[in-house]
Ligand binder design. Sequence first.
Ligand SMILES: NC(=O)c1ccc[n+]([C@@H]2O[C@H](COP(=O)([O-])OP(=O)(O)OC[C@H]3O[C@@H](n4cnc5c(N)ncnc54)[C@H](O)[C@@H]3O)[C@@H](O)[C@H]2O)c1
Length: 256
Amino acid sequence: MIVKDKTILIMGIRNKWSIAYGAAQAAYEQGAKLLFLFRGEENRSKIEDLVSEFGDAKAYECDLSEDENIKRAFEEIKKDYGKIDGILHSIAHANTEDLHNDFIETSKEGFAHANDVSAYSLVATCRIAKELDLLSSNASIICLTYYGSTKMLPGYNVMGVAKAALECSVRYLAENLGKEGIRVNAISAGPVKTLSAKGIKDFASIMDVVEERAPLKKNITAKQVGNTAAFLFSDMSDAITGQVIYVDSGYSIMGI
Ligand SMILES: NC(=O)c1ccc[n+]([C@@H]2O[C@H](COP(=O)([O-])OP(=O)(O)OC[C@H]3O[C@@H](n4cnc5c(N)ncnc54)[C@H](O)[C@@H]3O)[C@@H](O)[C@H]2O)c1
């Protein structure tokens, strides 16, 4: 039980295929008390049903593209739970056309939108949590990234740019929060069939390539990502911060 007695906020749960759901399963198995953040009040009953298996977990609605919304949700969380020990940021969005056209066609608005929701929201999350004194002194913040931040992958497009910004933000945030003992890391997950992944052109062929070329010759699961997140939430990882940790069956080490 590596996260026993820790209270962890899981942001970005949509359904049982979400990486956030795999993270919730792992953290719950490892003893954490969980609370959730989801998008869209119309999804409340579906989300409450989904998280009912994780004890008396509360779910808060929040669109992270507005700082005001984050502030409101975090104030409510602080009122209900006091300080928390961890946050999973499992959130990304880009306009469909920006994932279907060539990258060169990305509009200014589409570029800003993808970076706003997928990268800046982590910066705002950290700052607002700090301002509201929501985080315990050894808290751990984790976000989700992908290999398309470092290599050109057809169809990943502006999301690759947003993930590069997210990974770089992790390093700056890790320094800014390090003095307070708070850690910030990213997990770079291999491809997992989720609703968001469906938006990426030729996603199925990316999965086939991983199976064929990754050292472990298989794709990963959301639960395997979750197991790494549980480790990063735990005090067993208390000297790790500012890192991008690959959970990808080793695919990213291959030159060819
Ligand atoms: N699926 C993959 O292959 C893969 C691989 C590596 C990294 N990731 C990353 O994992 C994270 C989770 O994605 P997923 O694949 O589980 O898909 P998902 O669709 O299940 O989760 C994405 C979540 O982001 C939320 N979201 C989008 N815009 C939001 C906003 N403005 N405010 C609040 N929430 C918002 C959605 O509601 C959803 O819950 C993302 O950061 C994604 O880029 C996914």
